[in-house]
Structures are given as structure tokens and as C-alpha cells.
Design a protein around this ligand. Structure first.
Ligand code: GLU
Length: 484
């Protein structure tokens, strides 16, 4: 099936949202699975809300997720241009064709007239739709409207009494009654096409084989199919992917937390974690497996395994997946990712000297197992930067009331300062603690716990020898001295 040509067609009116990213990913996976072509087309016909800034943000977010495309605004391609506002001539050409074939007509109704019509229909309990006042205007009536300064829109003439059947790869057969549709606008009075028209002209012109998009567009699809029919074009195959719901089963929105890819990027989620998570929002591998690289997804993805039921956005699962990737990836990468958060928290200032970098790297190694996303690192590394250690809970307080605490602190300070360099390398911390234990006849917890609390304020946290290596002799001495 190498004739697969699919597209992601964002409207650049804001950042890339979870739903859009999922549509992009599914299209990309489908294309890559079949050795087809993935196109990114910018649907910027809503000129007031569209911006180049949003377009750029969306492209950056797609790249960040690991997606690439074969045709699009920035990479070109033989069916370009790929920005709809640069294709207006084409839409006008086909609007003229539909006007000539009488499948479309000029409509001069004003906003006020349309609003009154909607209200009247609703008062009668009918669906608000255009009832066709301008359907059969005479040349004379048109001329009068023109003379009165009215600027027409172009409306599509919906066939009466028909039905439109969508054979959807995900949803099965779905049919819509033409009577409920009402003649819709295809070119606005400013000459700009509406979404439903531009999308058809472009999907045809760009030889799109499959339209894979969110379920919320399902009700647009009959309008698009009617246009394909009127233009004498073959329709692409449709696949409408289910909505994404929040955990409370209402449609995912800002109320449920971050909705844009950029927000997750800024919090320090890894792109492969987010891509893995997005893939599972609606697609399932048919096994219990949950960890998938893009490469594995490319091999396994198929539209047959895209569910009809809504997908539920489970942040805990995303956090779990992300934590997994944070632990699995290289320490250098996580360290690089940590730097901006540490800098923003005022812990470091970049560029770092090599030994500072080494120390940050040790901190990252010590705490990464606790992280769901990188931004959380500032909480976990606080213990390394603040010598003013506060005992965090009762249990820790009791430990520090033990008889031996003072002696223990003195002994450790003495032994730790035998060496002259600040650094504690390799096994040295372990060895030191063992020696202290031997000389004071204390074992295991009796040593580790008080030392840990003195150094970090708590009985829990990263491995003690790592903490000691990170702090170095001077900071350790300062912290232990407080207990003498
Ligand atoms: N521009 C539309 C959107 O962002 C594209 C819908 C489609 O894929 O046809 O929702």
C-alpha cells in the first residue's frame, strides 16, 4: 500500500494540543508503516486567529515529538503550496465550477436575516440551518442586491432528500440525512474559502488517500462528501479517531490540566514518553505491553486497532511512562535536561565548570528515580544546595535524640577530614562509614540513619554514599557540626 498519502492539517490558531498531536502521530505512523507519504498542510483560512508564530510553534512541537514530514510548508513538495491562504486561486476556480454547474449559488442574506431565520427555526423545534432563501434568485434580484452593496457568499446546494453514507474505518457505516444539513457556505464574502471547502479541494489536489482525524470532524464529513460528489472526485477513505476524555469522562479540556504539547515539553517530559503515551490514546497493540519506541510503533501501528470508544487521558500513566524513560535514558541527557530547571531555581548558573557539571550529574544520578518529569528535580536536589538542614519529621527528630549522635558526628568529621581534597570519590564514603561503625561499635542503621538525617533532614532519599559524594567534605562537616 505504498500509495498511502495522509496529512495532518493544523489550523495555526494556538499551540499544538494533545488531540492534534495524536492525530499527527497516527497519520505519521500510518504513513511510515505503509511506506507512504506524510504531509503537513497549514489550514490558515481563519485569518484573524491564525498566526505564523502558532504555525512555527506547531511545527516545532511536531519535530520535538520525533515526527518528520515529506511535504509541507517548510519542506515543499510537488503539490504545494501547503498553506491554504496561498492557494486561494484554486478554491475560486472550483467554486466557479460549482456555480456553473448550479451546485452552488450566490447568497446575499445578511447576518441579521440569518439570525432571525435561525431563531424562527429553533422556536419551531427544528434544527437551525439555512433554508435556501437565495437558492433560486433571478438575475434581476441578484443585480438589486449588488446595487444595494451586498456582498455575496457562495453556498453549496445540498441535494434534497438524499442521504450521505460514510464508510469510516474506525466508526463503521455512519449516515447523515441531507435534509438536516442545509446549504452551507463554501466561499465567504471576503473571498476566503470555508474549512469544509478548502479541505476537499486540497485533499483531492494533494492526492490524499486516507483522512485520519478526530471524531469531532465527523459531522463535517457529509458536507465534504457532497462536495466530492459534485466535483466528480473520488472520496478518500475516512477514519475518525475517538475523542480524548479527561479522567472524569468529560471532554479533555484545560480543566484537566495541561493540554498543549509545549506545556509538557516545558515541564520536562521526554518526547518519546509523550509519543508513546499519545499512541496508546485510542490505539492498542493487542497485548499488555505499554512501552513502545517510535520505531516499534511504526512497525505495529494499524488503523484496525484504533478503538471506537473514547480514549481517557490518564496523567498518572503519562507520569509513570515518563518516569520510566527518565530512568532508562542516558545520564548525560537527563543532566542536560535538568540544567534549565536548576538554573531557574537559582541553584546553578550556566555555563558550568567541569567539576560543577560532574557534581550536577551525580545529583541527577541520585534523584532521577524519583522523578515523573524533570521540573520536579528542583524539589529533590534542594538537599544538596541548602546547608541549613531542617529535620523533617518526628521519626527523624527521635533518631537525632539518640545517645550516640554526638560521638558519631565527631568521629565521622574526624575521619572525613583526614584527606585534604573536598571530593569523596568511588567507594570512599562507604569505607568511611564502615570504619566509623567499627571504631564506635555501631552497626548499619545506627550509623546511616543519624548521618542521613544530619545531612538531608530525612530518613528517606537517595543512597547515602551518593549524598556524601555530592556534598563533599566541607558541606558534610558543616552539616554534621550542627549536632555537636
Ligand atoms: N484544520 C482542521 C483542524 O485543525 C483539520 C481537520 C481535518 O483534518 O480535516 O481541525
Amino acid at each position: 500500500m505504498s500509495s498511502v498519502r495522509v496529512r495532518f492539517a493544523p489550523s495555526p490558531t494556538g499551540p499544538l494540543h494533545i488531540g492534534g498531536a495524536r492525530s499527527a502521530l497516527f497519520n505519521w505512523l500510518f504513513a511510515r508503516h505503509h511506506g507512504g507519504t506524510f504531509i503537513v498542510r497549514v489550514e490558515d483560512t481563519d485569518q484573524e486567529r491564525s498566526s505564523r508564530q502558532s504555525e512555527e510553534n506547531i511545527m516545532n512541537a511536531l519535530h520535538w515529538l520525533g515526527l518528520d514530514w515529506d511535504e509541507g510548508v517548510d519542506v515543499g513538495g510537488q503539490y504545494g503550496p501547503y498553506r491554504q491562504t496561498e492557494r486561494l486561486e484554486l478554491y475560486n476556480k472550483y467554486a466557479d465550477f460549482l456555480l456553473n454547474s448550479k451546485d452552488a449559488y450566490l447568497c446575499y442574506c445578511s447576518e441579521e436575516e440569518l439570525a432571525a431565520e435561525r431563531e424562527a427555526l429553533m422556536a419551531k423545534g427544528e434544527l437551525p440551518r439555512y433554508v435556501g432563501r437565495c437558492r433560486d434568485l433571478t438575475a434581476k434580484e441578484r443585480a438589486e442586491f449588488e446595487a444595494a452593496g451586498r456582498r455575496p457568499v457562495v453556498r453549496f446546494r445540498v441535494p434534497e432528500n438524499g442521504e450521505v453514507l460514510i464508510k469510516d474505518l474506525v466508526r463503521g457505516d455512519v449516515s447523515f440525512k441531507c435534509d438536516e444539513i442545509g446549504d452551507y457556505i463554501i466561499i465567504k464574502s471576503d473571498g476566503i474559502p470555508t474549512y469544509n471547502f478548502a479541505v476537499v479541494v486540497d485533499d483531492h489536489a494533494m492526492r490524499i488517500s486516507h483522512v485520519v482525524r478526530a471524531e469531532e470532524h465527523l459531522s463535517n464529513t457529509p458536507r465534504q462528501i457532497l462536495l466530492y460528489n459534485a466535483l466528480g472526485w473520488e472520496t478518500p477513505i475516512f477514519a475518525h479517531v475517538s475523542l480524548i476524555l479527561g479522567k472524569d469522562r468529560s471532554k479533555m479540556s484545560k480543566r484537566h490540566g495541561a493540554t498543549s504539547i509545549e506545556q509538557y515539553q516545558n515541564r520536562g517530559y521526554l518526547p518519546e514518553a509523550l509519543a508513546n503515551f499519545l499512541a496508546l490514546l485510542g490505539w492498542s497493540p493487542g497485548s499488555e505491553e505499554e512501552i513502545f519506541s517510535l520505531e516499534q510503533l511504526k512497525q505495529q501501528f494499524s488503523l484496525d486497532r484504533v478503538a471506537k470508544s473514547p480514549a481517557v487521558f490518564d496523567l498518572d500513566k503519562l507520569n509513570w511512562l515518563n518516569g520510566h524513560y527518565i530512568r532508562e535514558t542516558s545520564l548525560d541527557r537527563v543532566t542536560e535536561m535538568a540544567l534549565p530547571y536548576l538554573e531557574a531555581a537559582g541553584y546553578i548558573s550556566t555555563p558550568l565548570a567541569p567539576e560543577e557539571y560532574g557534581s550536577v550529574k551525580m545529583m541527577v544520578a541520585a534523584v532521577r528515580k524519583y522523578l515523573s518529569y524533570m521540573q520536579e528535580i528542583t524539589e529533590h536536589v534542594r538537599i544538596f544546595f541548602d546547608d541549613d538542614v531542617q529535620v523533617k519529621d518526628n521519626e527523624s527528630g527521635q533518631i537525632m535524640n539518640g545517645d550516640q549522635v554526638k560521638t558519631l558526628m565527631r568521629e565521622l568529621i574526624k575521619r572525613i577530614n583526614i584527606a585534604t581534597t573536598n571530593a569523596i570519590a568511588g567507594d570512599e564514603a562507604k569505607v568511611l562509614l564502615k570504619e566509623v561503625g567499627r571504631s564506635l561499635k555501631l552497626k548499619g542503621k545506627q550509623i546511616f540513619m543519624p548521618v542521613r538525617v544530619a545531612l538531608t533532614g530525612s530518613t528517606q532519599g537517595p543512597d547515602l554514599d551518593l549524598v556524601m559524594a555530592i556534598l563533599g567534605r566541607e558541606a558534610i562537616t558543616r552539616r554534621l557540626s550542627k549536632w555537636i
